[in-house]
Ligand binder design. Structure first.
Ligand code: MLT
Length: 253
């Protein structure tokens, strides 16, 4: 899909080895602030807003995970970063897996937080596309309410997420839903990897259940698993110390 070139909004925190932290759906870069604050003495953390969400441009009502990955690589070019550790939360993980496939020479390590490599089942994809129609017709309030109650059990974090989600436009949310519904299965991309991979799982995650990681760890040659019995999908905000330690141990020590 040729859906144009965009300059992503991003923030930078810290100095050291470049680590790009890519947020999930329908969120923004601020979800990575607790982890990046902990990594700041060791890493140059780059926190983009992906196309269509946060403060990055909305370019229509459709896009692809692969275009979202190309946006990140263009950001690396803008920042003169030749190679980076790339880390993705949930949809950010889907984007990372496309980057390792399409631009392997730009990635020195891969972090996968509360995500999965498989494509959507036909039923799941159809559900997303019907949510997308609803968002475009009636706005995202219904989707946001349903998601907020499932993303985390922590009421304070849930309130923060509601604030973030409400700032996103219906079109930007529709773009991301379209991209996720049409994404490729990335399992084979991961099997072919020889770079270090850190995988972080919240055992109470209802969006990306832990089973995926158990299977994946058998295939990924250089993978390290970090899990929390209390973590949910928003483990990066609930337990930033665990996520920062996983990234530090795998990529920064
Ligand atoms: C996310 O957090 O990015 C989404 O839950 C991912 C998804 O819906 O597959």
């Amino acid at each position: 899909m040729d859906d144009g070139v965009v300059d992503l909004y991003y923030e930078e925190i810290g100095a050291g080895k470049p680590v790009v932290l890519i947020h999930g759906f329908p969120l923004d870069h601020t979800t990575w602030l607790p982890v990046s604050n902990l990594l700041a003495t060791k890493a140059r953390c780059v926190l983009p807003d992906v196309r269509g969400l946060g403060r990055s441009p909305v370019t229509g009502i459709e896009t692809s995970i692969s275009s979202m990955g190309d946006d990140i690589v263009r950001l690396l070019d803008r920042l003169s970063i030749e190679k980076a550790v790339i880390v993705g939360h949930s949809m950010g993980g889907y984007i990372c897996m496309e980057i390792v496939h399409n631009h392997p020479d730009r990635v020195s390590g891969l972090g996968l937080v509360a995500t999965r490599a498989s494509a959507d089942t036909p039923e799941k994809a159809a559900g997303r596309l019907s949510d997308r129609q609803e968002v475009l017709k009636n706005g995202p309030a219904k989707l946001i309410d349903t998601m907020a109650s499932r993303l985390t059990e922590d009421p304070e974090i849930r309130d923060q997420l509601l604030e973030i989600m409400k700032k996103n436009s219906p079109e930007g949310i529709a773009m991301a839903l379209y991209a996720m519904a049409h994404r490729m299965d990335a399992t084979e991309y991961l099997e072919a990897l020889s770079i270090p991979v850190a995988m972080v799982i919240g055992i109470k995650d209802v969006f990306s259940p832990p089973d995926f990681f158990k299977t994946l760890s058998k295939w990924v040659k250089n993978g390290h698993i970090f899990s929390s019995p209390t973590g949910t999908h928003m483990i990066l905000m609930e337990e930033p110390g665990l996520v920062a330690r996983a990234l530090e141990d795998t990529f920064l020590s």
